[in-house]
Ligand binder design. Sequence first.
Ligand SMILES: [Zn+2]
Ligand SMILES: [Zn+2]
Length: 93
Amino acid sequence: MSKSLNKDSRMECSRHGVKPPAFICKHLQYGVGIGFYEPEYETDPECPFKNAWCAECESFAIEHGGWNDVSDSFAKVMPICEGCYEEIKQRNT
Ligand SMILES: [Zn+2]
Ligand SMILES: [Zn+2]
């Protein structure tokens, strides 16, 4: 993730305009109905962005002792805009 990211960070989406960023695993980007998991804990107020991963990443993380370098490199989390995030959520839930 970008080091310059802070709570006021915005990104420009070609479809939704300027939006806060959100983060998804690489599988969700083009996935359909592959599961949609969000963190259960409260988001960090300094980094209040939505993030989600698919069912495959969820079981991978469980098998590998939670979220660490191994599961992170499997998920290859990528930034997208919040508008795209909502669409992806609808498509994969
Ligand atoms: Zn995934
Ligand atoms: Zn978008």
